[in-house]
Design a binder for this molecule. Structure first.
Ligand code: SF4
Length: 461
């Protein structure tokens, strides 16, 4: 399984051999965790050993190491964002998805550009500062042009600073156009790296082509996307196979382009209205889910781990303490759901388990002793791809991002925060001031804090 620039492939028998390998034991686990704590690159064999761990005390050691690495690289920050679904029209037939072509019950809708702008403006008013555009797959020039127009219109007509895109694989030329339109991260999930599972789950449509999807990140990077988001849909096949394969894929990107994925997402299969598959063929328990998050954190220390609202509130509150660094909040997966509400919105892609609003998530993250971040400075200053990686490795994210996160939190609290989140947030920002040595930044933060306090006082008059 030596990746080359031309073709990346999964050697299924090698991955299965790693899973079957019986080596391990507590001494070996401690050796691997010591390396992981220093953010050393783990081998696939070491990662397989972590995935074999089941004993509660050994899992606890993995979770503690993941928490340590998360804090070392990203500090206490948890990035918050929302998906913005553009269209549920789709040429594919993925067995697990409510948007699938053969779901005759689906209420289909594609947002017009004015609709998209209303959704983006609505999200900005709620306090979001980055959105992830999501669309079903409709091949052809019209759909790429629609995606590009959507990205450009949001930047031009709304104050939303960052627009990421989750869309079907494009050609290199298509990616160049999407990049020129201003898309930040390009995200696409392999769903399953296991060939026969992949083909069974995707019986028809362009997505049936496993190889075209597997090579998507190479085309995106060749076209200039230095930040890409990868993921699999857990529950379709053996989670150990999927984790090892995704990490092999990430290593291929690191070796070929000098930078690995910006994010890894860990969705678990959830029931979806109109989906052909109602249960996961390979269910993943909550405990295994925690292990997956922690193993990704240790194996890819500089990559963001994203947990969506598919997961329930208590599990999400848990995994932000042990490795996850980005979470969606207040998500709607129906079409037009933010501005229009459920009555007019099109069918949703899957069922959500955590319906807390952005403000409730801000409060929950603060309650967990962490720092919600709505900061977009990296994208505004071009600190992406390799630049981001170097900043993370040098420890600069810790210092620099702490202040940016505090400023963005204060701005959020001042304009959008509820009385409850303001109360907790003000205390947290005030306590963090002592760690800010730069006098100018400290001043800015104190000014912001005063404005939040003033707003709070006004509320009580
Ligand atoms: S998962 Fe994506 S590609 Fe598959 S049916 Fe749903 S929207 Fe279409």
């Amino acid at each position: 399984m030596i990746p080359t620039k031309e073709v990346f492939a999964i050697d299924e028998s090698e991955i299965h051999a790693l899973i079957r390998d019986g080596r391990g034991g507590r001494h070996e686990l401690m050796r691997i965790l010591a390396r992981a704590r220093e953010a050393k690159r783990l081998t696939l064999s070491e990662i397989a050993a972590l995935l074999r761990v089941e004993a509660p005390q050994d899992l606890a050691a993995i979770f503690a190491a993941a928490r340590g690495v998360k804090e070392q690289v990203f500090g206490k920050r948890i990035v918050l964002f929302a998906p913005l679904y553009l269209s549920n029209r789709c040429a594919n037939n993925c067995l697990y998805c409510g948007f699938r072509r053969e779901n005759r019950e689906a209420h289909r809708r594609s947002l017009s550009i004015p609709d998209i702008l209303r959704e983006a403006a609505c999200l900005f008013e709620l306090g979001y500062r980055r959105v992830l555009l999501v669309a079903g797959e409709t091949p052809g020039e019209a759909s790429l042009a629609y995606l590009c127009r959507a990205v450009e219109a949001i930047y031009r007509e709304t104050p939303m600073p960052i627009v990421h895109v989750n869309a079907a694989p494009l050609s290199v030329e298509g990616f160049r156009r999407l990049k020129e339109a201003g898309a930040g991260v390009y995200q696409c999930f392999q769903e399953s790296y296991h060939g026969s599972t992949y083909r069974r789950m995707h019986p028809s449509g362009p997505k049936r082509d496993y190889t075209w999807r597997l090579s998507v990140m190479d085309r995106a990077m060749e076209a200039g996307f230095d930040d890409v988001g990868m993921g699999v849909l857990f529950g379709l096949y053996d989670y150990r196979f999927e984790v090892l394969s995704l990490i092999a894929h990430a290593r291929h990107l690191e070796q070929t382009y000098g930078v690995g994925p910006h994010t890894v997402s860990v969705p678990r299969l959830q029931p979806a209205p109109g989906a052909a598959l109602s249960e996961a063929p390979h269910p993943v328990s909550d405990e295994v889910f925690r292990k997956i998050v922690a193993v990704f954190r240790l194996a890819l220390p500089y990559t963001g781990v994203v947990v969506s609202t598919r997961e329930g509130a208590s599990l999400r509150d848990d995994v932000v303490r042990m490795g996850a660094s980005q979470i969606s909040a207040g998500s709607r997966t129906d079409i037009g759901g933010y501005a229009d509400g459920a009555a007019r919105a099109g069918t949703q892609q899957f069922s959500l388990s955590d319906s807390r609003s952005l403000d409730e998530m801000v409060h929950a993250v603060l309650d967990a002793g962490l720092l919600p971040s709505l900061c977009t400075a990296c994208y505004r200053t071009g600190r992406t791809g390799e630049h981001f990686r170097r900043a993370a490795e040098s420890g600069m994210l810790q210092e620099h991002c702490l202040v940016n996160a505090l400023l963005s939190l204060a701005e959020y609290l001042e304009r959008h925060g509820s009385a409850e989140s303001r109360a907790v947030g003000v205390q947290r920002i005030a306590a963090a001031l002592e760690n800010v040595s730069d006098e100018a930044l400290r001043r800015r933060l104190i000014d912001r804090l005063d404005r939040v306090r003033q707003g709070e006082a006004d509320l009580h008059q």
